[in-house]
Design a protein around this ligand. Structure first.
Ligand code: ATP
Ligand code: MN
Length: 462
């Protein structure tokens, strides 16, 4: 007999038919006559109840069915007598795949803290909470590919190992095969990277954007979706050292087209989650954040507020708030400023544009005022920045001048500059942090709880 997933059993199971199910035991209680086993196989947040007649099954076998053990059961689907479930399996056969020692299994009692569960990341997928989060994460990844595919974007794989250190988005992790205990040296005493694997210094990418642009300037519309790495020592609930990023890049889009796409994209994902992850969202709404589903619906129903950085600074300067970081034209907005605009002032998502060029990357399109660039950041409630993007500078001379001003080595950007020499085109793009999206969709408060195995400063366990 073939296995039926609990999800399919609960939605399409036929009463009085026999099924085989497999999964992990959540609870087991019983008396002299009858035993009740709640089984979960991760296909859905709900368990299936297995009813085992104590006169049919050996006591020895029933004793081994403890919380966390893995079993296979064959039985008949019947309407449930008890409360809490419509149907249950009346067991005919039970086989134990793996026992689970109740003395040492860490997931015995309910209500472990999220902090504790982080220390057992190898087992936390077996909890309701992490089952829900990781299923939602899966659905969002799928929805992202679906969205871009349906719009004719090409999924472009940009490299993870990069030879340039000018991607401009953060500190990089070095990639090397050199013997750290015995480094080859040049005549003037520096490390001789010509002996390294790639014959030059290499790192893990902080963004696929620059290569993404090369794709857009040939295929019109591309997106990347892959891991990115930042060695920034930021111990915040919104930063990881390894995170996933979605970076669409589009030829013939100006900054307004870029904003329209970003807003439509996020709203599509929120709607997709509400439609496809209903049970998991209801669970998280009930257990962690009673406002979660309201907040998701609110985002769908309201246009994002669009204003310039300069307008935002004026609002912040007039705000009667005790900000920790001072506000002045030219300052990099801190999370507290972003959240004031989103949560207190506009009470909805905000897109800020036209930032001072000094606080943004070299490739952003320069405005005529000589001071600002065509950047756009999308700011979200509880998260702050969820998307960072811009229209790109497509003028060869302007881009080259900025590269020289910032003393970016030519060897790192010659190929990037050539796209502006050979058939340049107006183009734009943005980066959405996948885990920040999942934070928003799940209502979780810490980014370590929305990725299966978080990498943060001093932590690469599991
Ligand atoms: P922040 O100011 O929050 O550090 P950033 O300006 O460094 O963000 P970008 O370089 O614009 O971010 O990256 C694009 C997107 O990637 C961000 O909008 C955010 O959603 C996400 N992101 C950036 N850094 C991290 C990180 N360390 N961990 C998780 N997501 C991140
Ligand atoms: Mn950053």
């Amino acid at each position: 007999m073939k296995r039926t997933k609990v999800k399919d059993l609960l939605s399409n199971g036929e009463i009085h038919k026999d099924y085989m199910i497999e999964g992990w035991v959540r609870t087991h209680r019983g008396n002299k006559n009858v035993h009740f086993i709640a089984l979960n196989d991760g296909s859905i947040i709900h368990n299936i109840q297995i009813v085992a007649d104590a006169n049919v099954f050996e006591e020895e076998l029933l004793k081994k069915i403890t919380t966390g053990s893995c079993i296979q059961a064959i039985g008949t689907l019947v309407p449930s007598q008890g409360q809490g479930q419509k149907v249950e399996i009346q067991a005919k056969q039970i086989k134990i795949h793996g026992t689970c020692d109740p003395e040492t299994y860490p997931l015995q009692k309910k209500g472990h803290s999220l902090e504790f569960l982080r220390t057992i990341a190898h087992l936390r997928p077996r909890t309701n909470t992490f089952g829900a989060i990781f299923r939602i994460r899966h659905h969002m990844a799928f929805a992202i590919h679906h969205y871009f595919n349906s719009k004719g974007f090409v999924y472009l794989h940009t490299p993870i190992i990069t030879g340039s250190d000018c991607e401009g988005a953060g500190q990089m992790f070095r990639v090397t095969t050199l013997d750290l205990y015995n480094l080859p040296k040049t005549k003037d005493g520096k490390i001789d990277f010509s002996e390294d694997f790639f014959g030059k210094e290499t790192s893990l990418t902080v963004s696929g954007q620059l290569e993404g642009e090369l794709g857009a300037l040939a295929l019109s519309e591309i997106y990347t979706f892959g891991p990115t790495f930042r060695a920034e020592n930021s111990n915040t609930p919104r930063h990881l050292a390894e995170f996933w990023m979605i970076e669409p890049e589009m030829a013939f889009y100006d900054i307004n087209d870029n904003m329209d796409l970003a807003e439509d994209f996020i709203k599509f994902l929120v709607k997709y989650a509400l439609e496809h992850c209903t049970d998991d969202l209801n669970f998280l709404n009930e257990m962690y954040d009673k406002e979660l589903i309201n907040r998701l619906n609110f985002v769908l129903e309201h246009p994002f507020e669009r204003l310039t950085y300069t307008e935002a600074i004026n609002i912040l300067l007039e705000a009667k708030e005790n900000f920790e970081f001072p506000v002045f034209w030219g300052c990099d907005l801190q999370s507290e400023h972003e959240r004031y605009l989103v949560e207190k002032y506009f009470k909805r998502p905000v897109i800020l544009t036209d930032y001072p060029k000094e606080i943004k990357a070299f490739y952003m399109k320069q405005n005529d005022d000589g001071k600002t660039v065509r950047a756009m950041d999308v700011l979200f409630p509880k998260i702050g920045e969820i998307i960072g993007g811009s229209q790109r500078e497509d003028d060869y001379d302007k881009l080259n001048n900025r590269i020289k001003e910032l003393q970016i080595p030519e060897k790192d950007v010659w190929w990037y500059l050539e796209t502006r020499k050979f058939g340049t085109a107006p183009h734009s793009g943005f980066g959405l942090g996948f885990e920040r999206l999942i934070l928003f969709i799940t209502g979780m408060a810490n980014i370590r709880d929305v990725i299966p195995f978080p990498r943060t400063p001093k932590n690469a366990e599991f």
